[in-house]
Design a protein around this ligand. Structure first.
Ligand code: MFK
Length: 553
């Protein structure tokens, strides 16, 4: 019998995750950590034993849109994949949204929740996308102060019962584009009975099967531009399950995330309800964006970790040139680099979840609220790029097998690419971060926060300080150039993210060496630092113009 390679096996992703376990052991009170440990272990077992084999079996299945029934009636049915159909019960069982709103966990609710989200997402075929929007919608409704909608919808959005659980869509993007929503063409018309209806075309509605959606539309008579937009609430189906003046034109033919039914919709007088004022809709939907961006970070890291877990397992099986791959220094070097990037990204995302939990409890002062607002886009953009680059390396690590569809590996790369696109591309998020940095005292707060983290890392922090200080100075110089330095925007955001991640990793490494006798987090910090934190190029503005347009001066 000729040789056959044994495929990678997926063990319980929680049990082998020393980074998550160690971080949460430090960040959660002991009793809550024990509770997390039990729930995460159970979820990890479901991911390994049930979801992963199903994902492989269902690899080629996709949601199906049936526009008409056999007799020509418009029905617009969307049939979900079997795994997706079972996701409401998984969500309820593990409280993937609920944990974030569980007041008994106080300021730790978000850490608990996002620890679970990180474990679940690579196993749920992008079901986390509607969950992210669900969490964001709950948050936006609560912040809107619309008591009727809070009472009506939030208990469903945060339910721990699959029969009452709702998910929410977020309908913003139109054919005019996703980054700049000021060109939104959807109109909102108020009838004589005072009720509103929406008319327009939504071009990227992720998860078209949700029970509710938040959307932007322009009330008739409002001016053009962002400020003329208002936030509306919509229940797409009536009590009999029929779409309410909505036509599903088609499902998108996407590079990845193909289990997710992203649709093009026409709103032809769809009943909607005003959430707040008749203006300022972008400001009102911003809580959804901030929340989903943090989900995006954990989702990106979840996929990155899935790939690395499989690659590490494979490297322990595959023999080449007389030794297992895992024993070969050249391959160890690759795995170590990936581990360091993942580890730094996870500490950054967990730190943001910790801040969010405190913010939800009203326990953050204004400076720290600003820091949270700044770190969300930075964390989203950094982790997304880490995942895309990391998973590309992982695909290569599998050699030819990584290029073969029915190993399930190439799909990881296609899926990961979306993390740097939806919910704001790297450039849009960098611009958003710089908008926050323009606030009073923002730089000073950021600097003080980094210095404080390094101080908590003791001598290890002192070792990392020069690198971080130097990168921060260069980022600040670029930032001070103002519009003349606009080309540096992305470099500034990436540099700040990497500085922050390194400081967090150093702080955790110092704690872990002492409390757990584990040298690996500090090794990860050294490796991450060696990859560099400074992402500012020289004065690139002129060169960029020359090269981008490829025209002579
Ligand atoms: C599994 C993983 C989970 C992820 C699932 C996600 C799936 C979702 C699929 C999608 O729907 S993708 C589409 C998502 N779309 C975007 O992310 C939009 C990208 N564009 C932006 O983020 C722009 O920055 C934005 C449209 C929000 C604003 O553009 P502008 O034209 O620069 O807005 P403007 O006029 O400066 O801002 C309006 C107000 O909102 C300002 O407040 P003020 O009027 O009080 O000054 C801003 O400060 C405020 N604002 C904007 N972004 C904010 C924000 N406030 C808080 N947080 C933010 N992030």
């Amino acid at each position: 019998m000729a040789f056959t390679q044994s495929p990678p096996q997926l063990a319980n992703p929680y049990l082998g995750d020393r980074v998550l376990q160690s971080a949460l052991r430090r960040m959660l009170p002991h009793g809550l950590f024990e509770h997390f440990h039990a729930e995460a272990n159970e979820l990890g077992q479901v991911v390994a034993d049930e979801l992963y084999p199903r994902q492989l079996r269902e690899r080629l299945l996709e949601p199906r849109h049936t526009p008409f029934d056999a007799w020509g009636h418009r029905i617009d049915e969307i049939e979900l994949t079997p795994l997706w159909q079972s996701m409401p019960s998984l969500t309820a069982r593990f409280g993937l949204v609920w944990h974030g709103y569980d007041s008994t966990k106080g300021a730790h609710a978000r850490l608990f929740q996002f620890g679970m989200v990180y474990l679940a997402t690579a196993g749920n075929d992008f079901w986390s996308c509607p969950l992210a929007m669900t969490d964001g919608a709950a948050r936006a409704l609560i912040e809107s102060g619309n008591e009727r909608l809070v009472r009506h919808a939030v208990p469903h959005l945060t339910s721990r019962d699959a029969t009452t659980l709702w998910t929410s869509g977020q309908w913003m993007t139109e054919t005019t584009g996703g980054s700049d929503v000021s060109g939104t063409e959807t109109r909102a018309v108020r009838g004589e009975d005072g009720r509103w209806s929406a008319w327009g075309r939504k071009w990227f509605t992720s998860a078209a099967t949700s029970e509710m959606a938040l959307l932007l539309a322009r009330p008739e008579g409002n001016p053009s531009g962002n400020d003329g937009l208002a936030l509306f609430y919509c229940e797409p189906r009536d009590a009999d399950g029929r779409l309410q003046n909505i036509v599903v034109d088609r499902l998108k033919d996407k590079l990845g995330s193909r289990k997710l039914p992203t649709a093009e919709l026409q709103l032809n007088g769809t009943p909607v309800e005003l959430v707040g004022a008749e203006r300022g809709g972008v400001r009102m939907i911003a809580p959804v964006l901030n929340q989903t961006r943090l989900w995006n970070a954990f989702a990106a890291l979840s996929y990155f970790r899935r790939g690395l877990q499989l690659l590490r397992d494979y490297a322990g099986r595959r023999r080449v040139f007389g030794r297992r791959l895992i024993e070969q220094p050249i391959h160890q070097h690759v795995l170590a680099g990936l581990q360091a990037e993942l580890e730094a990204g996870l500490h950054l995302a967990l730190h943001v979840a910790e801040l969010l939990g405190k913010s939800d409890q009203g326990a953050l002062d204004e400076r720290h609220r600003m820091l949270l607002r700044l770190l969300i886009p930075i964390t989203k953009l950094l982790t997304a790029r880490q995942a895309v680059a990391g998973i590309s390396e992982i695909v290569e690590g599998f050699g030819g097998a990584g290029y073969i569809e029915d190993t399930g590996i190439p799909g990881l790369l296609r899926d990961a690419q979306v993390f740097s696109i939806w919910e704001g591309t790297t450039d849009v998020l960098s611009l958003d971060a710089l908008r926050v940095l323009r606030g009073d005292g923002a730089w000073a707060t950021l600097q003080a926060s980094l210095i404080s983290l390094l101080g908590q890392a003791g001598s290890d922090g002192e070792a990392g300080a020069p690198l971080i200080r130097h990168a921060l100075e260069r980022a600040q110089q670029a930032w001070l150039m103002g519009s003349a330095g606009e080309a540096h925007t992305r470099g500034i955001a990436l540099t700040l993210g990497r500085c922050y991640a390194l400081a967090l990793l150093l702080r955790h490494g110092a704690w872990s060496a002492l409390a757990e006798g584990d040298r690996r987090p500090l090794a990860a910090a050294r490796r991450f630092a060696a990859h560099g934190v400074d992402r500012i190029l020289g004065d690139e503005t002129l060169d960029s113009r020359l090269l981008a347009t490829d025209e002579p001066e």
